[in-house]
Structures are given as C-alpha cells and as structure tokens.
Design a protein around this ligand. Structure first.
Ligand SMILES: [Ca+2]
Length: 467
C-alpha cells in the first residue's frame, strides 16, 4: 500500500511538472535582417551564399513563400512590424523620419503588449522609428535597448559616428557605449548574454543592420569567400547566420528552444546597392514590385508547430504582432491589421490569412487581391498582373480583367480613406529617382538612373547631347 501511494505521488508530481511546463508562455524572438534579398538564403534555394543556421530554423519551422512587409524601405516597414498595423494609419508613410517624429506615442507596440503579459523585453540593433526621447525603445515597451537609433552605420567602432549625440552611435539604453569588434557579432553576443541571464519568458527584437550598406565584412570571412562574385554580401550574410546560430545554440543549451516562437524575415526586399538577389521577383527595395515587399519569412515553434514545410498563403508582417500576442495568452481582439497565423500552421484553417493587402508611399501604391496585383503611379497610371502565372510581373492584364481591375482600384481608394496624411515627405531628389524606377519597371525597361547622383549625371549628359 505504501508503495502504491509513493508511486501515486511520483505520478502527481511528474504530471504537475508537465502541466506547468506546458503552460509556460513561449519566449518570442523576431530576427530581422536588413535589406536582404528574397533569394539569398539556403532555405529559399540560394546556392552561392551559406546560411546553415537559418536553414536549421527553417527546417524546424515553416517557410512562407508569399509573406509581405508593409513598406519597401526600412523605417515605415519597422513601424508596421512593431505596431501590427498599417503605419499609414498614424502618418508614418515615408522613410527617414525627421528629428522629432516617430511612431505616434498613442500606438502600443508589440513590446508594450508583451511587457503587459509579464515578458522581459529587449531590442537589439537598428531602431529607425524615432530618435527623440519619447520615441526611444525604452519608452516603447522595451526594458532594455542595445543598438543605434538611426538607419545605418559602420560595422566597427567609428570615431566619427560613436560620439555623444550622433543618432547612429551605439547606445545601451540612453548611454553611448564603446565597443570592440564587428557589430553583428557584438549584437549576437548581447543576445546570448540576455538569454543566459533572463528569468521568465522574454521577447527579443534582434534587428542587426546586416546586410544593409556600408558593405563591411570581417577579414576572415572575406577570405572564406575569395573570388566570390558577391564576396562582401556573402561574408556579411555568413556573419548574420553565424550569430543567429549562437542564439539558437544558447536556447538549446537552456532547454528552451522548443518553446520559443521565432520569426525570421527581412525588413524589405534586397537593395540595388548591396548585390542582393530577389529572383524570380521583379524590382527591389524601394518599389512596389514584389522584389520590394515579398520577403523571406520563417516561423518556428517546435513545441506547437510541426516543421519542415512551406506555407503559401498570403501573409503580412502584421501577423507577427497578432500571432505573438495570441501565443502569449492574450485572448481579446487587439487593434491590429494582422491575423493570428497559428491556426493556419496547425492545420485548423486553410487558405489565405489575408484576402487583401495594400502598400503606399507618397506617389506609389500597390494592392493585392488573391493572385491579382495592382500597381499605381500618380500622374502616370496603373499596371495589373496575375502573380499566379506571372510572378515576375511582366504582363499587364488590365484589359483582360476589367472587373478585377475596377475592384482593386476601388479597394485601394477605400483603404486610403482610412489612412492619415503622411506626417512628412521624403527628400525631393530621391522621390524623383523612385518615380523613374517605377516608370521603367512598368514599361519593362531599364531605369535611366538609380540614385540622385546618377540622375544628375543623366540630366547633364542629356543637356550636353542636345547642345
Ligand atoms: Ca531595410
């Protein structure tokens, strides 16, 4: 009899331990690359860049083939990700917010929400959604910040950048810090240190500037890729991957990898100036073609989601917000344009999480409905494509599908009525360049220039030739 009770108690203790373990909130990590190409990861089919550690996460999780960020440049894309809603709702439409502007302080970020749920929160790396104090990560739900407030910086300590008051200086919370070594490594080490010391569930926003310009890479990694056509990008991508590997190693060492919900994505499409590859997509960072906003996107949570598969439904960056909050145990509906992806990943639901998605920055806009994609350039006109059989967006099908064309145009206008006026506009020269790029892509020709410098050269050459 005594043995019976002893066994019973062992069972009760074991069962309670299991139940507690199952009830533990998942840790949540967003791994956000910067300006990385759609096709530049092993799990996306890349053959000439190596990303073995990201490929492991992809293998343990689900690879999304039709996932989109909400803007094709850094700052508004991050504003959409962090708030889980169209950033145009609060006027954050353009890039490079001027001093004194950031994500509207009335908005609750994903970090605010998760902190309310008892999460320890940390942001590491590039911020770029407001530099003045009220927009600082520590004011937007992050207990800890280790990174820089601006949009790009050298990958090494830099005596011109790393000075008090420079928006790209490296900070720990509000204080400027010196650092040794390569920034992607430094951010990886800080992530590992945080995971090592963290008690309780955590939310980590790991946003290194890799692989954004300047194209700074470590010497030994450049040597590894001697003779490579994209040597610097290959080396920078290797560093990015290596540091993501350090993070997953630490999670596994602590026995918390299986109960960690990991998202990996790029903040926008591969850029024209870092030799990234968005094939088979048309376009790149900054424009409304798929190469601008369809991004590599992985979700992994081994305890809840069976991995090793692709998901082809239409997905938005806003879904990170909604999925994370549901995973953290929030049941009520929150103000968000996102969808909880978990039912789609556990086969409770099928199809597209989103029926419609929209994009707009100043004079350029896009809309998506099922396979149909509309692009509008103000004072120029429209194009419409069927991504189902023309992923490269080369054949304009407006005339063949007049009803769908009218529907998408109207949907875009209706959506715009819900949005605010942009709080600021971008520098005029860049806007002219982006306009020319859109015209060229819409006409299936090469753009005459890709930067303000090239534009001025082009105009000068033209004037010379007409004299
Ligand atoms: Ca970017």
């Amino acid at each position: 009899m005594r043995n019976f009770f002893r066994i019973l108690i062992i069972y009760i203790v074991a069962f309670t331990a299991m139940a507690c373990k199952n009830e533990q909130k998942p840790n949540i990590i967003i791994l956000l690359a910067d300006d990385a190409g759609y096709a530049d990861f092993g799990f996306m089919g890349c053959k000439d860049l190596d990303t073995p550690r990201l490929d492991e996460i992809a293998y343990d999780g689900v690879v999304f083939t039709d996932a989109h960020v909400s803007a094709t440049v850094c700052a508004p894309s991050r504003a959409g990700l962090l708030t889980g809603k169209y950033q145009q709702r609060f006027g954050f439409e353009c890039n490079l917010p001027p001093k004194g502007i950031g994500i509207d302080v009335k908005e609750r970020t994903i970090a605010n929400q998760l902190k309310n749920q008892g999460y320890n929160t940390i942001a590491l790396g590039k911020w770029h959604v407001g530099e003045t104090e009220q927009f600082h990560p520590n004011q937007r739900g992050f207990d800890e910040f280790y990174g820089f407030l601006g949009g790009s910086r050298p990958y090494w300590f830099d005596k011109n950048t790393d000075v008090d008051g420079n928006h790209n200086a490296l900070l720990h919370n509000y204080s400027r810090v010196d650092f040794d070594g390569y920034l992607t490594d430094v951010l990886g080490d800080k992530a590992v240190e945080f995971i090592e010391n963290c008690k309780g569930p955590f939310f980590m926003y790991w946003a290194p500037n890799a692989v954004h310009t300047p194209m700074h890479a470590k010497r030994d990694h450049l040597e590894k890729y001697t003779g490579h056509k994209r040597q610097k990008l290959a080396a920078m991508t290797w560093s990015l991957d290596e540091n993501i590997g350090k993070i997953t190693d630490k999670l596994k060492e602590k026995g918390i990898y299986d109960n960690t919900l990991i998202f990996f994505l790029s903040d926008n499409g591969g850029a024209a100036n870092n030799s990234s590859n968005n094939a088979p997509l048309k376009g790149w960072k900054g424009n409304k073609y798929e190469g601008g906003h369809r991004v590599p996107f992985v979700v992994s949570w081994p305890e809840k989601i069976s991995g090793g598969k692709n998901f082809n439904g239409l997905t938005s960056v806003f879904d990170i917000f909604q999925t994370s909050l549901k995973a953290s145990g929030i049941n009520e509906d929150l103000s968000s344009d996102g969808v909880n992806l978990l039912p789609f990943l556990t086969n409770e639901k099928n199809g597209n999480p989103h029926e419609l998605l929209f994009w707009r920055k100043d004079q350029m806009a896009g809309a998506r409905h099922n396979d149909f994609k509309l692009i509008r350039l103000d004072d120029y006109g429209y194009r419409m494509y069927n991504l189902g059989n023309d992923l490269g967006e080369s054949i304009d099908i407006r005339e063949n599908h007049p009803e769908e064309f009218d529907f998408l145009k109207k949907q875009l206008i209706e959506w715009e009525k819900e949005m605010a006026e942009p709080l600021w506009k971008e520098e005029h020269d860049w806007n002219k360049v982006t306009y020319e790029i859109h015209e060229a892509l819409m006409e299936n020709r090469d753009a005459n220039y890709l930067s303000p410098y090239e534009m001025n050269q082009f105009i000068e050459d033209k004037e010379k030739s007409t004299k």
